[in-house]
Design a protein around this ligand. Structure first.
Ligand SMILES: [Fe+2]
Length: 297
């Protein structure tokens, strides 16, 4: 195991970029169901913000796929020096200045990440309705080797491991929240699911009703998970991507203590990062529908 300092430290998940065969249909879904608002159009690209004026998603034309994930880094980092370090690590960096200073790179399996500095409000041009989620909360990727992925993101990008499910699913935190980036064992790299945060159980209840009104079946949940202890529901967006809505995610409020903020639903006291083995793993809730069973093995 290497002892060198990470090249960069991901802090906060900022936004994700998706390619879509029908960007306008996807825009309609995010406006009417998730509750994001249009910020701007730049050529073929569509920028969407949530109700706290943070850019959450970018949509561009193409085959349905995740294109890149953006994390914020400390304002103290020198971007040019970061670019040099990423180049030395053979991560194919590209400097970018618009709309915020930053640099992008490709991880060893080819997923593009953007590291950006600073924060400027990106208010939507329109009134935000529907669910008005609070933010993009996490992204889970498929990978043939979650151990290699977790070592790369721990050693090179400063993430910490929060939990493993056996040796096939790792939850990693970049800030105090239990997970912002996950890796699930699968034959190839790609998106597993991504998740938006809700404000609490009342909002979760509203989300179930809202999905039903839009004839979007809840494929799993409500359920209170074991790892992370978030309550969650899952559905598919018009491009077939699995979207989670969650609340009550565990928080490591003090890294020095090494355990998650105590909650009444914890069965370990204190609840420390661990390897979860066997079923039942979830605290409560029904098993997933067959379409989601890959989560529950
Ligand atoms: Fe999730």
């Amino acid at each position: 195991m290497t002892t060198r300092a990470p090249i960069a430290r991901f802090t906060r998940l900022r936004h994700a970029t998706f390619a879509s065969p029908d960007p306008e249909r996807l825009l309609d879904y995010y406006r009417a169901v998730i509750g994001l608002g249009l910020v701007a159009r730049d050529g073929n690209r569509i920028f969407l913000a949530n109700d706290s004026e943070q850019l959450s998603l970018v949509i561009e034309p193409g085959e349905a796929a995740l294109t890149s994930i953006a994390f914020e880094i400390s304002p103290d980092v020198q971007i040019e020096a970061l670019g040099v370090a990423l180049k030395q690590a053979d991560l194919r960096p590209e400097l970018q200045s618009d709309p915020l200073p930053g640099v992008s790179f490709s991880d060893p399996e080819g997923t593009r990440f953007e590291l950006i500095q600073g924060w400027t409000p990106t208010p939507a041009q329109e009134r935000i309705g529907a669910l008005a989620v609070t933010k993009l909360g996490h992204v889970a990727l498929r990978t043939p080797d979650p151990h290699a992925a977790s070592e790369f993101y721990a050693n090179v990008m400063g993430l910490r491991v929060s939990d493993w499910i056996e040796d096939r699913f790792v939850f990693m935190r970049s800030g105090f929240e239990h997970h912002t980036l996950n890796f699930a064992r699968a034959p190839g790299r790609g998106l597993h699911h991504f998740a938006f945060e809700l404000r609490g159980p009342t909002h979760m209840h509203q989300a179930c009703d809202h999905l039903a009104r839009h004839k979007l079946p809840v494929l799993w949940g409500p359920v209170r998970h074991g790892p992370g202890h978030n309550t969650a529901i899952y559905h598919r967006n018009p491009d077939g991507h699995l979207v989670e809505l969650f609340c009550d995610l565990d928080r490591m409020t003090d890294e020095a203590l090494g355990y998650f903020e105590p909650r009444p639903w914890h069965r370990d006291r204190p609840q420390r990062p661990k390897v979860w083995v066997g079923l039942p793993r979830d605290v409560w809730g029904m098993p997933p529908s067959p379409e989601c069973t890959e989560f529950a093995r």
